[in-house]
Design a protein around this ligand. Structure first.
Ligand code: KG4
Ligand code: ZN
Length: 339
């Protein structure tokens, strides 16, 4: 079954064709990051206009790269939310028009479920074994989810304020490193000391699997102001130390919460979402999970970590498969309410 995926929830215009939920035939992503770098973050109206300009060329390219015409496509999966409403609407409108003109079913996909399915792409037969503990970490969301099977999700924890990616973006702004913050902080941190500053780690209540990163962000802001007062300016070395100490505090908490949520039944740990591209997060999770009998995975490509349509097409495939198997009077829903 070939699914055309559409993703326009924030600042990436992306369309993909994925076969049987796992084989990526094309995954075209037009990122607006350069455009939003000028304002240090996404301006919804600017993002919305850009989606409208880019979506048709992206669609043409995705079909061409996959070597498909409309007869080859079985259904269209589209991100229904959460995200910026003015951005989402371009994707959902395009899906509706395709459905009407080409007579294809439309599968609405929850954005976070899309991120979870990024870990099923391009595995070459190395199949995922359930139950899986998934850490979803992005700019807009941050959850710990128990996936017991396809369409079977339990949210164990979520952020009470900022998501990890949002904290990366805000700290990059404090350190005047540009947008998006995650990749640049990670790069700069390589030349810094993880222990130069002892930033706070917020674990909340003893048995809580929720997250909180706003206190850490404020701590980085006040330490940065202190350093500027002391030295008159922020040297590259100081920036690197602040970035490395901040990054370590984030990945320490994220990985500790994973370990806290593990039990003997869990077979795999998955990292998903934009922050799963972070090298130190991958390293520390592997390190801490070593004494457990679990396989740790993250998406096969960096482009599957951040927003992309291949993950939406994959989720759409598994939703469609459940729908086709279900008795006619039951409509399966694999979504969960977080927002
Ligand atoms: O999943 P995504 O593309 O969008 C949302 O659904 O929010 O994630 C984007 C987020 C941004 O906050 C970005 O700074 C972060 O992912 N990110 C990273 C890295 N690459 C992207 N954070 C840490 N390290 C990275 N290497
Ligand atoms: Zn996302």
């Amino acid at each position: 079954m070939k699914i055309l995926g559409i993703e326009t929830s924030c600042d990436e215009t992306s369309i993909a064709v994925v076969e049987d939920g796992v084989k990526v035939l094309s995954n075209v992503i037009y990122s607006q990051a350069e455009l939003h770098a000028k304002t240090g973050g996404v301006v919804p109206e600017v993002a919305a206009r850009e989606h409208i300009l880019k979506i048709i060329p992206v669609l043409d390219k995705a079909l061409k790269e996959a070597g498909c015409d409309w007869d080859d496509i079985d259904a269209v999966a589209v991100t229904k939310g959460p995200g910026l409403v003015s951005s989402l609407i371009t994707g959902t409108e395009v899906a509706s028009v395709i459905s009407y003109l080409k007579k294809k079913p439309v599968i609405p996909v929850h954005h976070i479920i899309g991120h979870i399915y990024a870990n099923f792409l391009d595995r070459d037969g190395d199949e995922v074994k359930f139950p899986v503990l998934v850490l979803t970490v992005s700019g807009g969301h941050n959850e710990l989810i128990l996936m017991r099977g396809h369409g079977d999700f339990i949210v164990l924890g979520e952020t009470r304020d900022d998501a990890a990616g949002e904290a990366f973006d805000k700290v990059a702004r404090i350190l005047e490193l540009g947008y998006p913050g995650g990749p640049v902080i990670s790069r700069v941190a390589e030349n810094g000391s993880k222990t130069a500053f002892d930033f706070p780690r917020s674990y909340l209540e003893e048995d809580s699997l929720d997250f909180s990163f706003s206190g850490l962000k404020t701590a980085v802001l006040s330490e940065t102001k202190n350093q500027i007062k002391l030295h008159g300016t922020l040297s590259d070395k100081l920036k690197a130390d602040l970035a490395a100490s901040f990054e370590e505090a984030v990945v320490d908490v994220l990985s500790d919460k994973i370990i806290q949520a593990l039990d003997s039944t869990i077979k795999e740990v998955h990292l998903a979402g934009g922050v799963s591209a972070n090298r130190r997060l991958r390293e520390i999770t592997l390190e801490k999970a070593k004494s457990f009998d679990v396989k740790v995975r993250w998406p096969q490509k960096i482009s599957y970590c951040t927003d992309n349509a291949a993950m939406i097409a994959s989720a759409g495939y598994f939703i469609r498969k459940m729908a086709l198997k279900a008795p006619a009077n039951i409509v399966p829903t694999i979504s969960f309410e977080l927002f």
